[in-house]
Design a binder for this molecule. Structure first.
Ligand SMILES: [Zn+2]
Length: 425
């Protein structure tokens, strides 16, 4: 194993120091370290963060390898500064058995670019009718701890209660896609002024808020852990604030796109802006940003949702919802939060690693800690070129935008997955 001596790096925004990486861990830190056998990387001006952890990634394998594979999605993740991603269950077949989650986990190990932690489905086939084999997935080699029907809401309250009860035994968590389905039938975009102007059927904020309100009460009643996927409205923030004040074991995520883009984008009818939940209003964006800074929203998660060209470059009404996210998330966070490195490390690495229970991730670089880290150049600016992305899909809403920050290197257990901003393999 090669040793690496990273010179003059700011660890999570602190004063410049050296980091020696050896045998998969951070061996030493301090100014003026010497290690004749180590490869030296001059990191002057760079910031070291604990490797980013994404709690919400769609890798599309098995089933839609034309849109993404575990390997291509892992490469996109590493290039985005990630060392671990949680793979959503809405594959084909659905990840609702030990067999499928083990397959995804094994493909992740083979790619070896990030740790791929499969998420299991809550219900068989994501159909919302009966519980999947949660225990078998938890006991499998993939050691599933997060369960989600993401893409669909677990709408049946009795089923949601039973799922929360079931995972309590092994400290699992149910990650809910909060969307009351009866309130969003035929919805094309956020319900508001813009949808009225465009004559498109709206997806009202209350469809999200009603499910979150119900589920925090269920989680409180059961005493179990609940996670809310892609929170998108100001009202949801208020429900979460209330629940957290009561001590409910609820955590929540926001996506980069909901922190940056608004429903005005739908006026272009460019399906790249179609996403579920939809882009909301400027007031919602402001509330989400404040909630993230305050901690009412715990983490940034990408909801990286690659789609093949034929599913995205068509009429708005027929386009699949979703956007790429892994390769641009840190830049968006930097744009939205500014260089608040400790906050970025907390919301994009430490907290998601804690929620997912991922050992060895989400730890600031320090002696003895597994060397899962990323080096960021905060002064760099980059123009997003879809053709240059490692993802197999091209549905980024940031095409040709100039964004701050660039991932220079990523290390997974001491081995570089990215160097000089390029994937190593
Ligand atoms: Zn979702």
């Amino acid at each position: 194993m090669t040793a690496y001596l990273i010179r003059n790096v700011s660890v999570v925004g602190g004063a410049p120091t050296d980091l020696l990486i050896r045998d998969g861990v951070v061996a030493e830190t301090g100014a003026g370290l010497a290690a004749p056998d180590a490869t030296v990387l001059d990191a002057t001006g760079l910031v070291a963060l604990p490797g980013l952890v994404d709690l919400h990634t769609h890798l599309r394998e098995p089933g839609r390898e034309d849109a993404e594979t575990v390997e291509s999605g892992s490469r996109a993740a590493a290039l985005g500064g990630y060392t671990a991603v949680c793979a959503m269950a809405n594959t084909s077949p659905v990840a609702d058995t030990a067999g499928v989650v083990e397959q995804v986990w094994r493909l992740g190990r083979e790619a070896g670019l990030v740790d791929v932690q499969p998420i299991g489905a809550v219900t068989v086939g994501l159909a919302g009718e009966r519980l999947a084999e949660l225990g078998a997935m938890a006991d499998s080699a993939a050691r599933v701890r997060i369960f989600s029907d993401d893409g669909h809401c677990v709408a049946d309250p009795k089923l949601m209660r039973r799922a929360l009860e079931y995972v309590k035994a092994f400290d699992g968590v149910i990650a809910q896609h909060a969307e009351e389905p009866r309130l969003t039938e035929g919805a094309q975009m956020h319900e508001g002024e813009v949808s009225t102007r465009l004559g498109l059927t709206g997806w009202p904020a209350v469809a999200e808020e009603a499910i979150i309100a119900r589920d925090v009460l269920l989680a409180e009643h059961v005493g179990s852990r609940l996670h809310i996927c892609h929170v998108s409205t100001a009202g949801s923030v208020e429900v979460l604030r209330h629940a957290k004040a009561r001590g409910v074991k609820v955590t929540a995520e926001v996506t980069p796109h909901h922190l940056l883009l608004t429903d005005e984008k739908a006026a272009s009818y460019d399906p790249v802006y179609k996403v579920n939940p939809p882009l909301r209003t400027a007031a919602d964006v402001a509330a989400l940003r404040a909630a993230l800074a305050e901690g009412v929203i715990d983490i940034v998660a990408t909801d990286h949702a690659p789609h093949a060209v034929e599913d995205k470059e068509c009429e708005w009404a027929y386009a699949r919802p979703g956007m790429l996210g892994l390769e641009t998330a840190l830049s968006i966070a930097l744009d939205v939060l500014g260089p608040q490195w400790d906050l970025i490390a907390e919301r994009m690495s430490r907290a998601p690693a804690r929620i997912a229970g991922l050992d060895g991730h989400g730890l600031d670089p320090a002696p003895g800690v597994p060397a899962n880290l990323t080096l960021v150049d905060p002064a760099a600016r980059r123009v997003v070129e879809p053709a240059e992305l490692a993802s197999r899909s091209r549905n980024t809403p940031y095409a040709r935008m100039t964004l701050p920050g660039r991932i220079v290197a990523t290390f997974l257990r001491g081995e570089p997955t990215v160097l000089d901003g390029k994937a190593v393999k």
